[in-house]
Design a protein around this ligand. Structure first.
Ligand SMILES: [Zn+2]
Length: 295
């Protein structure tokens, strides 16, 4: 038995695990992940899948993050991640260069230089069952059955779609639900915003990770008491309030999608050899919301 640094014997079990289980390839990991979050479910305008990386390279460490930004690449380098899975695409629109003269080109260069692959699961993770809004719903306290707010017509079972509608275990005041949502989501400098009478009772709730302007009509049609989403603009929110109906809660975009990361990491771990594959996952806690100060 070899002595570990410090002179203590190295545990035999640890040694056998690290030497007998070979890590999966990037191709294996991508296949497992795409069985959970089919790229075919992504919106036509989206760009999901492998951004960079050699399919044959071994993957031992997978970092999950919302945004493919420099701070996340710093963490990937420090931890020695072989793969970074992000929710948001790095390259959503066509490019003719990834030279390191642009911020996105520099990200590509840093990842390739470090031997780190980048993979995006965006609207396919939104629409999956369970998907991004299921994790958001759980984080803000919805329990029981959830239904899509905007069902995917391609899913005959009606389980997939954007956003989720569910109920709270018991009716509560809007102010208390807002406080519960704030406590359940990671803190950001911007905090959450509420539109509506804080004393009104809410029970039936719609949530949608990401920008929710386009779902205001669906939230009204669903007859919910409150709609929780991100990036609501003044005019759509004001007009929604003028028409009566649901209260609105606007949470920071990053915070609303972050809860999915742990779910995605857990599902990937279980999919890889039933959790026995020699792969470590980590969820980045870097707060990469665009809004960094509040005065
Ligand atoms: Zn998003």
């Amino acid at each position: 038995m070899r002595a570990a640094p410090g002179g203590r014997p190295r545990p035999a079990t640890l040694r056998s695990v690290t030497t007998t289980v070979s890590p999966p390839t990037l191709n294996d990991v991508v296949a497992a992940f795409e069985a959970l979050y089919d790229p075919a479910w992504a919106a036509s305008w989206d760009a999901v899948g492998l951004v960079c990386g050699d399919p044959g390279q071994p993957v031992r460490r997978v970092l999950f993050a919302v945004d493919p930004v420099a701070e996340v690449v710093d963490e990937a380098e420090e931890w020695g991640a072989d793969l970074v899975v992000t929710h948001h695409p790095l390259l959503l629109r066509g490019v003719t260069s990834v030279a390191a003269t642009t911020p996105k080109g520099r990200i590509v260069h840093r990842l390739i230089t470090a031997g780190t692959a980048l993979y995006t699961a965006h609207t396919n993770a939104d629409t999956a069952d369970p998907g991004v809004s299921d994790a958001l719903a759980a984080a803000v306290g919805l329990t029981g059955d959830l239904a899509p707010l905007d069902p995917d017509p391609a899913d005959p079972a009606g389980r997939r779609g954007i956003g989720r509608v569910g109920t709270l275990p018991a009716p509560m005041a809007l102010r208390d639900f807002a406080a519960q949502a704030a406590a359940g989501l990671p803190a950001t400098p911007a905090g959450i915003r509420v539109a509506g009478d804080p004393d009104r009772t809410v029970h039936r709730v719609a949530v949608s990770g990401g920008a929710g302007d386009s779902l205001l009509g669906a939230a009204r049609a669903a007859g919910v008491d409150v709609f929780l989403t991100s990036d609501l603009r003044h005019h759509p929110a004001s007009e929604f309030a003028e028409q009566g109906g649901a209260a609105l809660i606007d949470v920071p975009h990053w915070a609303g999608e972050w809860p999915w990361l742990a779910d995605g990491a857990d599902r990937l771990t279980r999919a890889l050899a039933g959790g026995r594959a020699n792969v470590e996952t980590r969820v980045s806690t870097a707060v990469t919301d665009a809004w960094t100060q509040r005065f």
